[in-house]
Design a protein around this ligand. Structure first.
Ligand code: DGY
Length: 322
């Protein structure tokens, strides 16, 4: 008998068709009423869920409504909206899409870094506003990227893809802070592992690229920001909550650091009354690290493969999280 699977997000037609061929597929989206009988029934019957959005918490309360659930497939590398202890208690396997988005996300983070350093969006806006009437003066100058020191907080797959770009493409010195040492980047790219405070003090660019956990929540506080060089730029491509956003806003307002490039925020979408929107020295992107045609397709396919392997073939995959 076919298993019941709920799909919570929009994925390419051919991947949706694979799910529909293999399972009894129910589609639920942001417009679906979680209090409706149809929604509750779908949860009650579900053997698998795929593509739950970051704003859905898959915790004890959610899992109490899904007594048959055995597999959850997230279309992301991050899984901080899943409560691993609750999944264990309810016997639910979680799978993610860790490898297919590495290079695309590294591209976006490096784009943010470059655009923040060279003030690309601000200067483009200046032209659009008809303000390019004479030569650009020093108050609009950016800063160099090549040859500078870049410090990574975290050294996972995406960080490594960034190290390669920074070292090979831009001749940058690489520092990193991470629980464990990574001899591959140390040998290949001369990366140096330091304590957090040392990375913050020495880097011209600090790139946050570690998972959100209890330990990394608000890792970057007002005190930590104060350690950074006033000329430094902070880039966050991980999760908003790794940085105390209020402290960062104040640091940007008071020029404690030069600028920030942010793809992630404590609350997403970023509320329209966020004081960050009033600042020129912050470049914002709407959590789009993996948002390219190719990468999002590969992520959807990987998540469907994961679900078929878990529920249909009963096979382990390399993408098991728990
Ligand atoms: C990820 O895959 O974790 C991205 O940040 C999208 O949520």
């Amino acid at each position: 008998m076919k298993k019941n699977v709920i799909l919570f997000s929009q994925i390419p037609q051919d991947q949706q068709a694979r799910l529909a061929q293999t399972f009894n597929l129910t589609m639920l989206n942001r417009q679906s009423d979680p209090n409706s009988d149809a929604f509750k029934q779908a949860l009650a019957n579900a053997d698998g869920i795929i593509g739950a959005s970051m704003s859905m918490r898959i915790d004890d309360d959610f899992l109490a409504q899904t007594p048959k659930l055995r597999a959850a497939s997230t279309i992301s590398v991050g899984f901080d909206n899943y409560d691993l202890a609750a999944l264990k208690k309810h016997g639910v396997r979680l799978m993610n899409t860790p490898t297919v988005l590495t290079e695309g996300t590294a591209d976006l983070i490096f784009t943010l870094l470059m655009a923040t350093a060279r003030r690309t969006v601000e200067l483009s806006n200046l032209i659009h506003a008809g303000k390019w009437t004479k030569g650009i003066t020093p108050e609009h100058f950016g800063i160099d990227i090549h040859g500078k020191t870049i410090g990574f907080l975290g050294m996972g797959r995406i960080a490594k893809a960034l190290v390669k770009r920074a070292h090979c493409g831009f001749d940058m010195n690489v520092l990193y802070y991470n629980r464990s040492a990574h001899s591959d980047v140390e040998q290949k790219y001369n990366a140096k592992r330091l304590e957090l405070d040392d990375v913050l003090q020495q880097a011209d660019f600090v790139v946050v690229i570690l998972p959100l956990t209890a330990e990394t929540t608000h890792l970057i506080t007002q005190q930590k920001l104060a350690l950074m060089k006033p000329s430094a730029i902070l880039i966050n491509g991980a999760r908003g909550k790794v940085i105390d956003q209020q402290a960062l806003t104040q640091a940007l307002q008071n020029n404690v650091i030069r600028a920030a490039g942010l793809d992630v925020f404590e609350v997403e979408p970023l509320p329209m009354d966020s004081p960050l929107l009033k600042l020129d020295n912050v470049l914002l992107s709407p959590h789009v690290g993996s948002a390219t045609v190719e990468t999002r397709y590969a992520m959807a396919k990987c998540a469907v493969d994961n679900m078929i392997a878990a529920l249909q073939d009963d096979k382990p995959t390399e993408n098991w999280v728990n």
